[in-house]
Design a protein around this ligand. Structure first.
Ligand code: MN
Length: 710
C-alpha cells in the first residue's frame, strides 16, 4: 500500500504548493474510518480509496480532488456523515465527497425501469463540478482493474456494461483518452472474453512472426528524425484489443484488412518541430493518401491537438503516426484533467464546445428537458458518437456527431435555418440533404421561406436539436393529416359494414370510446391505435359480427410482436417487415397500410419506394431505448462461407457463443470454393447482431457477412 509520505510526494511533484497537512489528515481519517473493512479481494478496504487517490495524482489533479478520492467511500460505507467531512475538511471537499457518494448510490439500483430517472440524477451530479466526475472515473478505473475479485458474474457484467455504456464514453468526451481506452478494454475483457482472446491471440501471433517489429520501427523513426536534427521521443505500441474490435465493427472488415494495428507517437519540443518531423517522415516514406489530418491547425473541440499521418514506413508496414508537442500530448492523454496545468489552453477552446460546456448542456437538458426519454436518448447519442467538424461559409466551426447531415447542420446554426432548408451546397457543390457530412466540409444551406420541416427528415438527422424541432413541427401538421386519413378509413369501414358514418354516429362513438372530440377519434383511427370494428361496434353494436367477419385480419396480425416502439401507442397493431427484418436499434419508419395496421421497415428498405407518394402514411417511429424485457427479434444475414470441412459447424458455434439462436438456415448459392447462406438468427437488438457479424468476420472460414435487406 502507498505510504502517507509517498502520496504527499506524488502531489508535490506537480504542485509544490499543495497543502500537505490536509492530505495527511485525509489519509489518516479515511484509514481509521474504514478500519478493518475488507474488499472482495481480501485487501484492507482502505487500499481502494488510496489507489483511487493514486490515479488522481497520475492525472495530476488538485489537492482537493485527491483528498476527495481518499474520502470518497467514507459517507457511503462508514459511520462518517456529511457534517463530519464538512467540519473537518471544509464545505468544498464535503460537497465533492457528497457528489461522488450520490453517484455511487445510483449504481446500487440496477432495475432497468429506474434507469431513466437514475440517468437524470447522474447527469445532475456530474454537471455540477467536473471534479466529481474525475474522482468517479478514477474510482471506476480501480474497480474495473480489480473486477475479477467480485464473485457474482451478474454483478461483474452489470458493472462492465455500465462502464462501456456510460463511463468510457464520458472519459472520451472529457478528452481523457488513456483512461477511456483502459476502461473499455477492461470492460471488453468481461463482456466478450472470447472475442478479446481471439484478438489477443492474433496480436501475439503477429508479434512473434514479425520478431520485435514495433521496436524496430520505433528505432528507425527515431534514427531518421535524429539525423534531421529533431529531438523526439518516439513510442510505438500495439493497439488495445478493444480498439481493434471497434475498428472491425465500424468498418465491417476483418482483422487482416486492418491497417493500423500498431500506433506510433512522436513527441517533440516545439510546434515548429511537429511540422518539421512530418516533413521528414513524408520525405523518407510514402504517404498513404486520404489519411493525413492536421488537428493542430484545426483543434478538436475537446482541445485535442496533433498531426496524424499514415505512411508506408520502415519494414514496409502501413503505420499511423501521431506527431505532437509535450504539452499537446499531455492534453491528449489527460484531457480536462490537464486543465490545472494548462489553464489558458483549455479555456480558449471554442465556447459551447469544450468538455465543460458539454457537461453544462447535459445538466440543462436534465433540468428542463421536454421528456426524460428525450434527454436520455439525446445525451446517450451524443456520448456515443464521434464528431465531425464542418464550417459555415463565413468560416465558423460547427461540431456535429458523426453521421450528421446538412439538416443537422442547419439546425445547429439556427432553428429557422433548419426549418427552411431546401438544399445544401457542400464545398461549393449542390448535394442532397441526406448526404453525411465529413470533417472539414464547408456547408451552405439553401433556404426558402415557404419550406417547412418534412417528415422524412427525421430519419436523416442524428442531433437531438434537429430531431426535436422536426418532431414539434410535424406533430402538429401530421395530426391534421392523420385526422383526414382516419376519417376516410372510418367511412370506408362503415360502408363495408353496410352502414353510414353520420355526425350523430360520430357523437355516439366518441362518447362510448371516451374521446374528447371527433378529431381525437379520427387521429386514433388514422394511427391504427384503435381497431375499426370497435369504432363500428360503438355505433352499431349489432353489425359487429358482420364487420369482424369481413375485416378479421385487420387487428389480428399473427406476427405482431410486442417490441416497444416509440411513436405508436400501446395496443397498436403493427408488424415488422418481412422484407428487411428490422431490429431494435435500426433506424425505422412505419407505413400505415389501411386495413392492415402499421408495417415497420428499416429506413433503407427497398419496399419503401412503393409508399413514396403517400407521405401521410409514414409514421415516425423509434425503438424504445429502455425497454425492460425485450423480446427476441429475427435478423436475416447473408453469409459467404468457404467451402471446406467444418466451416458450417464453425459458423454455428460462433453464432451460439454470441448467444444468437439460429431459427432458419438455407443455402442460396454454392460453388466449389464458396457457400452462400441465408441465416435467420434470433437476437436482442442491432447491437447484438453487429456483435455476431463482427465475430463471424473475425473467423477465417467466413469471407463476407451482410444483413439482408430484401
Ligand atoms: Mn469507491
Amino acid at each position: 500500500m502507498m505510504r502517507q509520505y509517498e502520496l504527499a510526494e506524488r502531489v508535490h511533484a506537480y504542485d509544490p504548493e499543495a497543502d500537505e497537512t490536509l492530505l495527511n489528515r485525509a489519509y489518516v481519517f479515511a484509514m481509521k474510518a474504514h478500519g478493518n473493512q475488507r474488499r472482495a479481494s481480501g485487501d484492507p478496504y482502505f487500499s481502494h480509496p488510496l489507489e483511487v487517490a493514486g490515479i488522481c495524482t497520475e492525472l495530476k489533479l488538485d489537492v482537493d480532488t485527491v483528498v476527495t478520492a481518499l474520502l470518497h467511500d467514507t459517507i457511503e460505507d462508514t459511520e462518517t456523515t456529511y457534517d463530519d467531512i464538512k467540519r473537518l475538511f471544509g464545505e468544498d471537499i464535503a460537497a465533492l465527497v457528497d457528489g461522488v457518494t450520490k453517484l455511487s448510490k445510483l449504481e446500487l439500483q440496477s432495475e432497468r425501469t429506474k434507469d431513466a430517472e437514475n440517468f437524470r440524477k447522474f447527469v445532475l451530479a456530474i454537471s455540477d463540478d467536473v471534479r466529481v466526475l474525475l474522482v468517479k472515473l478514477a474510482d471506476r478505473l480501480h474497480n474495473m482493474r480489480t473486477l475479477a475479485h467480485i464473485p457474482k458474474p451478474e454483478k461483474r457484467q452489470r458493472i462492465a456494461q455500465e462502464t462501456m455504456d456510460i463511463y468510457a464514453p464520458l472519459a472520451g468526451r472529457m478528452g481523457m483518452h488513456e483512461l477511456r481506452e483502459e476502461l473499455e478494454d477492461l470492460a471488453f475483457r468481461e463482456l466478450n472474453p472470447d472475442a478479446r482472446d481471439s484478438i489477443v491471440k492474433r496480436q501475439e501471433f503477429l508479434a512473434a512472426a514479425s520478431g520485435g517489429r514495433v521496436a524496430r520501427i520505433t528505432d528507425e523513426i527515431k534514427r531518421v528524425l535524429t539525423a534531421a536534427g529533431i529531438e523526439a521521443w518516439v513510442r510505438g505500441r500495439q493497439k488495445r484489443p478493444f480498439s481493434i474490435w471497434r475498428k472491425m465493427q465500424e468498418k465491417s472488415i476483418s482483422f487482416e484488412q486492418l491497417s493500423d494495428i500498431m500506433g506510433f507517437r512522436v513527441v517533440v519540443g516545439s510546434l515548429a518541430d511537429c511540422y518539421k518531423a512530418l516533413g521528414v517522415l513524408h520525405m523518407t516514406w510514402r504517404l498513404v493518401p486520404g489519411r493525413f489530418k492536421d488537428y493542430i491547425s484545426l483543434r478538436k473541440p475537446n482541445g485535442y491537438q496533433s498531426l496524424h499521418t499514415t505512411i508506408v514506413g520502415p519494414d514496409n508496414a502501413r503505420i499511423e503516426v501521431q506527431i505532437r508537442t509535450v504539452e499537446m500530448n499531455d492534453i491528449a492523454e489527460r484531457g480536462v484533467a490537464a486543465h490545472w496545468s494548462y489553464k489558458d489552453h483549455v479555456t480558449s477552446i471554442q465556447d459551447g464546445q469544450s468538455p465543460y460546456a458539454f457537461l453544462q448542456r447535459l445538466g440543462e437538458m436534465a433540468r428542463e428537458g421536454e421528456t426524460l426519454e428525450d434527454v436520455i436518448e439525446n445525451t446517450k447519442l451524443e456520448l456515443f458518437q464521434d464528431q465531425v467538424f464542418c464550417f459555415t461559409p463565413k468560416g465558423d466551426l460547427i461540431a456535429l456527431p458523426k453521421g450528421a447531415t446538412p439538416i443537422d447542420f442547419g439546425y445547429a446554426v439556427h432553428t429557422d435555418v433548419g426549418n427552411q432548408c431546401v438544399g445544401a451546397r457542400i464545398n461549393g457543390r449542390a448535394a442532397p440533404l441526406r448526404t453525411q457530412l465529413n470533417n472539414g466540409d464547408e456547408v451552405e444551406i439553401v433556404r426558402s421561406k415557404s419550406q417547412t420541416p418534412q417528415p422524412a427528415w427525421e430519419a436523416m438527422v442524428v442531433t437531438g436539436k434537429a430531431r426535436s424541432a422536426i418532431r414539434r413541427h410535424i406533430r402538429s401538421v401530421h395530426r391534421a393529416e392523420l385526422v383526414k386519413i382516419g376519417k376516410r378509413i372510418a367511412e370506408k369501414a362503415f360502408l363495408e359494414a353496410d352502414q353510414e358514418l353520420t355526425d350523430k354516429g360520430v357523437e355516439e362513438a366518441i362518447k362510448r370510446l371516451k374521446y374528447a372530440k371527433a378529431e381525437d377519434l379520427f387521429a386514433a383511427v388514422g394511427q391504427g391505435q384503435i381497431a375499426l370494428r370497435d369504432v363500428v361496434a360503438a355505433v352499431f353494436p349489432e353489425s359487429v359480427d358482420a364487420a369482424s367477419g369481413k375485416r378479421g385480419r385487420a387487428s389480428g396480425n399473427g406476427s405482431a410482436k410486442l417490441i416497444p416502439i416509440r411513436g405508436l401507442t400501446a395496443g397498436v397493431s403493427y408488424h415488422l417487415g418481412e422484407c428487411c427484418h428490422p431490429l431494435p436499434g435500426d433506424r425505422i419508419v412505419g407505413i400505415l397500410e389501411p386495413g392492415q395496421g402499421v408495417v415497420v421497415h428499416t429506413i433503407d428498405c427497398d419496399r419503401l419506394v412503393a409508399s413514396q407518394d403517400h407521405p401521410e402514411r409514414w409514421l415516425d417511429l423509434r425503438w424504445e431505448s429502455f425497454a425492460a424485457d425485450r423480446q427476441q427479434a429475427t435478423a436475416r444475414l447473408r453469409v459467404d462461407l468457404k467451402n471446406e470441412p467444418g466451416a458450417l459447424a464453425t459458423l454455428c458455434t460462433i453464432i451460439a457463443k454470441a448467444q444468437g439462436n439460429i431459427s432458419n438456415l438455407k443455402v442460396t448459392d454454392r460453388s466449389t470454393s464458396f457457400f452462400q447462406f441465408e441465416v435467420d438468427i434470433e437476437v436482442r437488438d442491432v447491437k447484438h447482431v453487429t456483435n455476431i457479424m463482427t465475430a463471424l468476420r473475425a473467423s477465417p472460414v467466413v469471407s463476407s457477412v451482410e444483413r439482408s435487406r430484401e
